[in-house]
Design a protein around this ligand. Sequence first.
Ligand code: PRP
Length: 183
Amino acid sequence: MDAKDIAQDFEHVLFTADQVQDRITELGAQIDADYEGKELLLIGVLNGAIMVMADLSRALRSHCTMDWMAISSYGSGTKSSGVVRILKDLSTDISGKHVLIVEDIVDTGLTLSYLVQNLQSREPASLEIMTMFRKPEAITTDVDVKYVGFDIPNEFVVGYGLDYAGRYRNLRDVGTLAEHVYR
Ligand code: PRP
């Protein structure tokens, strides 16, 4: 689905599908160079990271393996509290492996802060983070994100894995919704 297919729901496009793919290609090249000679384990955080994971893994020119975690954060309404419950844990043992967490978005950073602590205790050889989008104005915790696709304004964005009420994840472009959709 493209933004033009749902023009009546859309306010403005922040990044076109082509811009997203170009940035993924650049990040893939950077990650390939940084991990030369090492085998990488990509850990995708469900559900939002499915698109980034699919595209980033295919942009790499070296071998990688993949695993997934699903977590749910407790919070009031739309506010994340940083208290996180694991809904689906990894299927593999990550000790001694070079791990890259793959996220769609870092908002407050609370989810990643929990995840880093949790995965660090499993003693990987290295642990880094890649996120496609980051909202610098919303970050409340100090999370060290090595690879960032785009920094974005503190607006509610959908597309490329990011949803509103479960929808719009399959939108190729990324942008903001018209007010009538969520009012
Ligand atoms: C989103 C996103 C991150 C988290 C970021 O997941 O995928 O995991 O929120 O927010 P934070 O930085 O404020 O912790 P969400 O809980 O919306 O689930 P989803 O991936 O299934 O959409």
